[in-house]
Design a binder for this molecule. Structure first.
Ligand code: PDD
Length: 286
């Protein structure tokens, strides 16, 4: 089935959608994005993603392409037109194009480019990968210093996934100054006893929408949460570990740098948090 996508006010078959070769997203990675998951044909935490998008745009002095209500309508229409039951909506806003390549930002009246498309992912919730758990390697974090802004500068995360793949693993955790920042496309956690440890929010990591929800749910379930810096060695000695993201929810981690965690299967706290997250998110989906 040809997808229907959205580009600057129009719903088009994906083969007909066009963006200028001078678009600053294409030439300078001068663009921000959001990924919102869909379960039962409904959007998970749309509000959180809309608020973070607004923050990313403001931090980069980029114009907002439309209102939150309009964004919600576009998301819903794409989900409907593409008959998505489980999957993702990808949204990207770039600073647009003024018809040439110039490092200097174009004039403030240049229209931002707004693109959205869906990804159909049947089985996203009942995922075989989550049942097995992920194997991760650790690599140096050489990304820029504003990882709290969700920009499309994803070359290094992409290289990180390739390094993991080459090592027979699923993903990479990033290390800066001896501490884990996050995963290539997710936030990172380990569990020791009844305590969940994750890095505190700062400019060093993306302020995950799933992270916020999962930490709230963990506290409601009487689990202890510690937001502090941690080393990869601490994580390797943990009882369990997991990551969170809109695209994989709560993903158990069963091996770090070749060291098996626990019995090498997803741990009970990670599994429980995945269940709670899916259940509560489905109930609150719009
Ligand atoms: N990635 N950290 C990074 C570096 C990320 O790219 C992501 C999300 C997260 C988790 O954020 P959230 O819970 O809001 O999805 C953390 C998306 C899913 C992606 O790039 O596809």
């Amino acid at each position: 089935m040809t997808r229907t996508v959205y580009v600057n006010g129009e719903y088009l078959p994906e083969t007909e959608a066009k963006v200028s070769i001078f678009d600053r997203g294409f030439l300078f990675a001068d663009a921000v994005y959001e990924v919102t998951s869909i379960l039962d044909g409904k959007l998970i935490d749309f509000e959180g993603h809309a608020v973070r998008l607004d923050r990313s745009l403001k931090e980069l002095d980029m114009a907002s392409p439309c209102t939150k209500d309009e964004l919600l309508e576009i998301h819903r229409k794409l989900v409907e037109l593409n008959a998505i039951e489980e999957g993702l909506v990808y949204l990207q806003v770039s600073r647009g194009s003024d018809g040439d390549r110039d490092f200097v930002f174009p004039s403030a009246d240049t229209k931002p480019t707004l693109v959205l498309f869906t990804q159909n992912k049947p089985g996203l919730a009942d995922s075989a990968a989550a049942k097995k758990g992920a194997k991760v390697i650790s690599i140096e974090d050489i990304r820029w210093g504003r990882r709290d802004i969700k920009t499309v500068q994803l070359l290094y995360p992409s290289m990180g996934k390739m390094m993991a793949k080459a090592a027979g693993c699923d993903d990479a955790w990033l290390i800066e100054d001896g501490h884990v920042t996050e995963g290539t496309s997710n936030n990172a956690y380990f569990v020791k006893g009844n305590t969940i440890v994750t890095r505190p929010l700062s400019k060093d990591i993306l302020h995950g929408i799933t992270r916020k929800a999962v930490l709230r749910m963990a506290e409601e379930a009487q689990m202890k949460v510690e937001e502090r810096l941690f080393t990869i060695d601490e994580a390797k000695e943990a009882d369990e570990a997991f990551t969170t993201s809109a695209s994989a929810f709560v993903m158990p981690v069963v091996e770090i740098d070749g060291q098996q965690l626990g019995d090498g299967t997803p741990g009970p706290i990670s599994k429980r948090l995945r269940e709670i997250y899916l259940e509560e998110s489905r109930a609150a989906a719009i």
